[in-house]
Design a protein around this ligand. Sequence first.
Ligand SMILES: Nc1ncnc2c1ncn2[C@@H]1O[C@H](COP(=O)(O)OP(=O)(O)OP(=O)(O)O)[C@@H](O)[C@H]1O
Length: 483
Amino acid sequence: MSLPTILVADDDRSIRTVLSQALGRAGYQVRATAQASTLWQWVEEGEGDLVITDVVMPDENGLDLIPRIRRIRPDLRVVVMSAQSTLMTAVKATQRGAFEYLPKPFDLKEVLAVVARALATPAMPVQPAAAPPRPEEQMSLIGRSVVMQDIYRIIARLTTSDLTVMITGESGTGKELVARALHDYGPRRAGPFVAINMAAIPRNLIESELFGHERGAFTGATSRVAGRFEQAAGGTLFLDEIGDMPPEAQTRLLRVLQDGAFTTVGGTVPIRANVRIIAATHRDLRQAIREGAFREDLYYRLNVVPMRLPPLRERVEDIPLLARHFLNENADGAGNVRVLDEEAMGRLQAYRWPGNVRELENLMRRITALHPQESIGADIIDAELAEVSSSGVPGEGTSTETLAEAVERHLRRFLAAGAGQDDMPMSDIYDKVIAEVERPLIAMMLSATRGNQIRAAAMLGLNRNTLRKKIRDLDIPVVRGGA
Ligand SMILES: Nc1ncnc2c1ncn2[C@@H]1O[C@H](COP(=O)(O)OP(=O)(O)OP(=O)(O)O)[C@@H](O)[C@H]1O
């Protein structure tokens, strides 16, 4: 049997060389070209078993070539590489029928894994042409970090799917923005996007907000009111802060997800639920399940496609892009845009950002409003950030508090919550508390070492196998290493 042949098109000679060598070593035959036209000629002549193509080439855009390739050779998989690693590139590549999208710079191991996977996957049917992106398309999500590329890839893969998605991430990381992107690029984009925040609605009203109510269902219900499920029919229902959903509403939601129908509060006639659900939370739902505050069966129904949005401090390389974007958006009345000097940018990248992208956005707004000079230096950033920490950021203790004092403060709350709950008996307190401390400690070390367990074990002074066991036992998500 002849070896599979890979056709490579990229106008960058070094990329052609690196790919040809790596693919050759892995046992493939390779033909490489700098021209889209040569690639097209090979495809027309029936050459090759797989294409790896760049997007921007001197004679043609690689993305435009994909539908033509798919038309004459539907079984030929196409892998797209691009240095313009934006959400739009990922979405366009997927919509036009690319098998996979690889942002540059790429990891050779990843390329080889994608090639092997593409050659082993049966040919996909040619999809009907997806609706072209709207002309006024704006780049909603900013960021080119490896972790954001993973997010773009998931959004791109879900453009033709209705699957339920669960987005987790700290407050201000962009969960709602991602939910909107999933809707805007998804199959229900012509329908409504309806958001409801569980934390912002009084608990006793959540069920009627979600499912609507009949006239006379409770005191003050003077007419029939449609709930968000009905309002979102044909579109997407975004359930924000799902971890704050009261138990009765959780049970009701689970039933809707199981049966595909719901009844209004006070109603008896089932109404078919025609919504795609996207849920989001900043809480650790597994922890909430352990504490008996969230239904495990509901969690599994919602967690079909999990997406974790990393905190801003885990993607500092995105900070300059985001900062510039927010400064451009917030030009002052005279149309002047503030510019951050290098040192100022360094300060932003060193800060912890407990409020994540929202905090950065607010800071850029404040700087434009309060500082008339065009160039912004580190002194201004220092002063503004000092202002924020002295006014107290939610979730942060006072700066003089010791770790032991902070632990004691949290323990008091933890024990009080446990004592007040019937389903959390006061037993195994020692193990539970130690697990509470171990989990964030290990997660932080893994994050600081970009998932390198050997280094994390060394920093912690733990044996590697002990660390591995703890990661497993404590159910700590393993972050991927850098490229
Ligand atoms: N990647 C991004 N690119 C551009 N803007 C972003 C990005 N991520 C977040 N933002 C902006 O930051 C702000 C907060 O985002 P969003 O409301 O989506 O966060 P969230 O995680 O849903 O927050 P919360 O949990 O507090 O509801 C918004 O103004 C949003 O436009």
